[in-house]
Design a protein. Structure first.
Length: 256
């Protein structure tokens, strides 16, 4: 089995694969400071809770956008789970070519999503990840990562509202019954959700126009991506496990 690890700004998401079958997933908070022993014990316990013995894990792969957790996290995995550990970064085989002005600026999470979308759905494909930031990454028909767009995520926008406007409360992010809100909470929900839908539709249509890709596939992922995907026709596929799938694919490409 292979352990895949996606270290994001909010959560660290783990997945265990038996070949191409995603057996289980679990999460830890990314901002909590932990030692390597704490990571190791937590990971082995969570694997065990999901009926997986750590000894069954033959290898692991990590993509991280949070450098300061990596020393403790990789140490914990190597000590308690497996010594066979790779990190998505320079020199790793991905199957796509980055042709932007500065390839080193592209985050490993975006590379992983692009790999998964191209391998699973083909190109040209636009990958939308509704995470802390909302990102739109374009991979052409030849597997070249050629452009990326970055916007504030829904949670960032929501946090700005309730932290910077004294009378606005912290709310659950969900689609309200109507955009014609008549009180504060649904008013904020309408602005956040329908604003994100409008942004998504405009950016996707603008990418289609500037590229001329009439056959462009649009694939979404990320925690709040399902809400948006269900409300617009510009997204053809929603895959909650896209990043984990990309990690599995990259691991396989580097262990053939």
């Amino acid at each position: 089995m292979v352990l895949v690890v996606d270290v994001g700004n909010t959560n660290i998401t783990f997945g265990a694969y038996d070949r191409k079958n995603l057996v289980t997933t679990f999460r830890l908070m990314a901002k909590t400071q932990r030692t390597s022993d704490e990571y190791g014990v937590l990971i082995t316990e969570l694997l065990s809770k999901n009926d997986i013995n750590a000894g069954e894990i033959e290898g692991a792969i990590i993509a991280s956008v949070v450098p300061n957790v990596m020393h403790a996290l990789t140490g914990g995995i190597r000590r308690y789970v497996t010594q066979r550990l790779m990190t998505v970064g320079a020199g790793i085989k991905t199957g796509i070519k980055i042709v932007t002005e500065n390839p080193k600026e592209i985050g490993p999470d975006r590379i992983v999503d692009a790999v998964a979308a191209y391998e699973l759905y083909g190109g040209p494909v636009l990958v939308l990840d509704f995470g802390t930031a909302t990102t739109y990454d374009l991979v052409n028909e030849n597997g070249c990562f050629c452009a990326g767009i970055t916007a504030p995520g829904i949670r960032i926008s929501a946090k700005a509202l309730w932290e910077d406007a004294a009378k606005l409360p912290e709310i659950e992010i969900k689609k309200p019954a109507s955009i014609l809100a008549q009180e504060t909470i649904s008013s904020m929900q309408a602005g956040l959700v329908y604003g994100q839908i409008g942004q998504t539709e405009y950016i996707v249509n603008r990418v289609r126009k500037e590229t001329g890709y009439d056959s462009l596939k649009v694939v979404a992922t990320g925690g709040l991506g399902r809400i948006i995907a269900e409300e617009t026709d510009v997204i053809q596929e929603y895959n909650s496990a896209l990043t984990l799938e990309g990690l599995r694919i990259i691991y396989e490409k580097n262990n053939r």
